[in-house]
Design a binder for this molecule. Structure first.
Ligand SMILES: [Zn+2]
Ligand SMILES: [Zn+2]
Ligand SMILES: [Zn+2]
Length: 296
C-alpha cells in the first residue's frame, strides 16, 4: 500500500561493481603491504567499505523486496539498516588499524617503494576515474551520489600519486603516513555522519524530509476533524515511512461522513512516502484512553 519506489541500479550492475571493487581492494591490500605504503593501506580500507556497501546493496536489494510475513510483519526493508551498521563497524576497525600503523611510522619512519606507489596510484586514478565518467551521465539520484563518491576516490588516489612522485625525488618519509592519516580521518568523518543517520532511524526519529506539524495542520483543515492526537511518524529504512494517528471527529451524523473524512486524510498522506498508515477515528462522545496517556 502507499507508494511505489523505482530503484534505478539493477542487481546486475551492483553485482558487477561489487566484484570489481572487491578484486581491486584485495590487490590494494597486497600492493600496500608490498610497496610498504600506509597511504595505500588506508585507501584499501576505504575501498573495502565501498565493496561492503555494494555487496550489501546487491544482497539486500533482493532481500528488502521480499514480502512481509508473520515473522517480519513490516517486511525486510530494515535489513538495509543492519547492513549500514555492519559496514560502519568494519570501517571503524579498519581505520583504527591504519591509524595505529601510520602513527607508529611517524615516530619510526620506514621507506616506501615510490615507483610501486606510482603504478598503484595510476591504476587507482584510472579505475575510479573511468567508473565516475561512466556514471556521470546518470540521471537518478543514486547514480549521481555514486558518481560524486567515485570522484572523491579519484582525488584520494591523485593525492597518493602526488606524494609518490615527490617521494621518488626526495625521501621525505613522514609524507606517506601523514597522507594516510588524512585519508583515514576523512573516512571516519563520513562513517560517523552515516552512523548518526542510521541510529536516528533505529531510534524512530521523524524522517528529515517530513514535517510532523505540517502534516497535522493539513489534516486539521479537513472538514469535521476536531482534533488530532497520538500522531506518530517513523521510517523503515529512510525512504519508506510509517504513519499512525487518532482523529477526533465532530458533528458526525452518518457513517458515510466518517468515510469521507478518511478518504480526504488518505489523499493528504499520498503526497508523502508512507508505505504504511493507520488512522483511528473517534467520535466526540467517545473517550480515548490514549488521549489522556499521551500528551501529543
Ligand atoms: Zn570510495
Ligand atoms: Zn502516542
Ligand atoms: Zn485516541
Amino acid at each position: 500500500m502507499g507508494h511505489d519506489h523505482s530503484h534505478n541500479t539493477s542487481g546486475k550492475n551492483l553485482k558487477l561493481a561489487f566484484f570489481l571493487n572487491l578484486g581491486f581492494t584485495i590487490l590494494e591490500f597486497f600492493g600496500g603491504w608490498y610497496v610498504n605504503s600506509v597511504a595505500i593501506m588506508s585507501d584499501a580500507v576505504h575501498d573495502l567499505g565501498d565493496s561492503l556497501s555494494l555487496g550489501s546493496a546487491w544482497y539486500l536489494n533482493k532481500k528488502s523486496k521480499e514480502e512481509s510475513n508473520s515473522k517480519y510483519s513490516f517486511g525486510y526493508r530494515r535489513f538495509s539498516l543492519l547492513g549500514a551498521l555492519i559496514n560502519s563497524l568494519v570501517l571503524i576497525i579498519g581505520s583504527i588499524y591504519v591509524i595505529s600503523e601510520a602513527v607508529g611510522r611517524l615516530f619510526e619512519p620506514e621507506a616506501s617503494d615510490a615507483t610501486g606507489m606510482i603504478i598503484f596510484a595510476l591504476i587507482g586514478v584510472a579505475v575510479n576515474g573511468y567508473a565516475a565518467y561512466k556514471l556521470s551521465g546518470g540521471k537518478s539520484l543514486n547514480e549521481k551520489v555514486v558518481s560524486w563518491h567515485l570522484l572523491e576516490d579519484v582525488l584520494g588516489w591523485f593525492a597518493v600519486l602526488v606524494v609518490a612522485v615527490i617521494l621518488s625525488f626526495k625521501e621525505i618519509l613522514y609524507l606517506d603516513p601523514a597522507l594516510s592519516l588524512l585519508i583515514t580521518l576523512y573516512i571516519l568523518w563520513n562513517v560517523f555522519k552515516r552512523l548518526k543517520e542510521t541510529l536516528f532511524i533505529f531510534l524512530q526519529g521523524v524522517p528529515k524530509d517530513l514535517n510532523l506539524e505540517e502534516i497535522e495542520n493539513k489534516i486539521l483543515e479537513v472538514k469535521k476533524v476536531a482534533s488530532l492526537h497520538h500522531t506518530h511518524i517513523w521510517s523503515l529504512e529512510g525512504e519508506h515511512h510509517v504513519f499512525t494517528a487518532h482523529l477526533k471527529l465532530r458533528e458526525i451524523s452518518e457513517f458515510s461522513e466518517i468515510l469521507e473524512v478518511k478518504k480526504k486524510v488518505k489523499e493528504i498522506l499520498k503526497d508523502y512516502a508512507f508505505e504504511h498508515y493507520t488512522i483511528e477515528t473517534e467520535l466526540d462522545s467517545e473517550t480515548c484512553e490514549l488521549e489522556k496517556a499521551h500528551k501529543h
